[in-house]
Unconditional design. Structure first.
Length: 507
């Protein structure tokens, strides 16, 4: 769409910077694949100079994604830009995204640079990046607290030096819709070479106006909108992709331009990201929340039954929310299972398909009815797990309201096994203490949530927890029809991730 709005997704960069939301390579690749199915225009895959691991993750994503641009973030430093350009060089559409702060408060206290030094650095580093990468995006950090006339000078210099995209970030979520639209119009009218670059915006949600600011910027002439799935990101988060896209889709009459995003992939993308980062989507979340298409009021129910549009301005199907139907059971074969996965949007490698099908057959022996939700939960159980250092071999729990809970846990690793018993304040606490005895460490449980991943009395329980060891916090995930087992698997998943991170840092 020649006149369409570009959607730049930064879930894997800005979104992953949320505390406790780090992802491993397998998880990042799965999110990137889903973003490609969603048909975003650009995937910002990370900050290449942050670590060797970050560089390799970006490079792996760049090598695999073919239907979207892949960007890497870089400060206006040669080392950062070298790393970013190297990480995305194999992408179908590589982009280096470089930035420098332009507000008086940032220049004085953070950069300790004069405006003229910022201006010359912008010109020099954008030119340097453009010599290494065919597409460069330049961001003026804290743009909404910057002097508009200085912004014009900086952006003009960036475009002259080769920037194809100039980005106007509301870095601390400070602006308001009217202010922001005025700023975008001012920049477009006052920058002499503005017609040679795409104008982008990147809004944070500190005052709850990220989506409103993003959309009003689009009406003022911005052609690239930077978002994250579920609005995740630092502090209060970023503009939520699903809200921005569905506003453009539903109110095309107001915005006049749409985007190429496949809206039917929105719900699945939201659930994937939520599952992998361990942050549940609030029930009242716009577009993808559990209550977004629910109607309890009698008046509302009557209206919707008579005509959906009375209380639904968009359909559940438009965001990929399909009716939960029973499609498979214990007598189903591999071919039917694979076909169903493909219809749900998953394309698994043979070894992953084999393991997931085995999980499905095991679940089918426990549940009478298998739903799409169950199948997707199994895929989530397979995807993104860290390599198993320790694995659960057996657990026995003795608990009740008149006795102290006791857990007997047996773990295996590298051909060895060990069994320990521990007491605790309930079966979960006892199990965790027994695991700590075996693995030889002390871990701080910072968060623990239990939810029903699927429906029915034999529903699968999903446990999401956050575990701290020193300064590192990771998310652990466990899935089982047994609540205690789900908790044990989540704790082990987190322990394995911490050990993997420790080993990677040591190497």
């Amino acid at each position: 769409m020649a006149d369409g709005i570009k959607i730049f997704d930064t879930t894997l960069r800005d979104g992953e910077q949320s505390p406790g939301c780090s992802l491993n390579l397998g998880e990042k690749l799965e999110v990137a694949r889903q973003l490609e199915r969603l048909k975003v225009d650009v995937i910002e895959a990370g900050f290449a100079a942050a670590s060797p691991g970050s560089f390799e993750e970006i490079r792996a994503i760049a090598a695999e994604i073919k239907d979207a641009g892949v960007a890497a973030l870089a400060r206006t430093r040669t080392g950062d830009i070298d790393a970013a350009a190297g990480a995305v060089k194999d992408a179908a559409r590589p982009r280096v995204h470089t930035f420098i702060a332009t507000s008086p408060i940032h220049m004085q206290f953070k950069l300790k640079m004069t405006p003229d030094e910022v201006l010359s650095t912008t010109r020099e580093m954008v030119k340097y990046a453009r010599n290494l990468c065919p597409e460069v995006e330049f961001s003026a950090e804290d743009a909404t607290r910057s002097d508009p006339e200085f912004l014009c000078r900086v952006f003009e210099a960036a475009i002259d030096a080769g920037a194809a995209v100039i980005n106007v970030p509301d870095t601390v979520g400070y602006t308001t819709p009217e202010e922001f639209s005025d700023l975008i119009r001012h920049l477009k009218s006052r920058i002499p070479n503005a017609d040679k670059a795409l104008v982008s915006v990147h809004c944070h949600n500190d005052l709850g106006m990220a989506v409103a600011n993003t959309l009003t910027a689009a009406r003022a002439g911005a052609s690239q909108l930077e978002c994250t799935v579920n609005g995740i990101g630092e502090r209060a988060g970023n503009a939520a992709l699903e809200e921005v896209v569905m506003a453009l889709h539903t109110r095309r009459d107001r915005f006049g331009r749409g985007c190429r995003v496949d809206t039917k992939q929105i719900f699945r993308t939201s659930r994937l990201v939520s599952s992998l980062i361990g942050v549940p989507v609030p029930p009242n979340k716009a577009v993808v929340g559990g209550n977004a298409f629910a109607h309890e009021s009698g008046i509302h129910q009557h209206g919707v039954l008579a005509k959906e549009i009375t209380y639904e301005i968009m359909t559940p199907e438009s965001v990929g929310l399909l009716e939960n139907q029973i499609v498979l059971g214990k007598h189903s074969g591999r071919h039917a299972f694979e076909e169903r996965l493909q219809r749900l949007g998953y394309s698994l490698r043979k070894e992953d398909l084999d393991e997931t099908f085995a999980l499905f057959k095991n679940l089918a022996d426990k549940k009478k009815k298998i739903s799409d939700w169950d199948i997707e939960a199994l895929v989530m159980k397979k995807y993104g797990n860290s390599p198993e250092v320790f694995r659960l071999e057996r657990f026995i729990i003795n608990s009740g309201n008149t006795i102290t809970a006791t857990a007997n846990i047996k773990l295996g690793w590298n051909g060895q096994s060990r069994e320990e018993v521990a007491h605790g304040d309930g079966p979960i606490d006892a199990a965790f203490k027994a695991i700590e005895k075996i693995v030889g460490g002390r871990y701080v449980l910072e968060d623990f949530s239990l939810r029903s991943v699927t429906a029915g009395n034999d529903a699968q329980a999903g446990v999401l927890l956050k575990l701290r060891s020193g300064e590192r916090v990771v998310v652990g995930k466990g899935l089982s029809t047994d609540v205690v087992e789900a908790g044990i698997l989540a704790f082990l998943n987190a322990v394995n991730r911490l050990l993997e991170a420790k080993n990677s840092a040591g190497s």
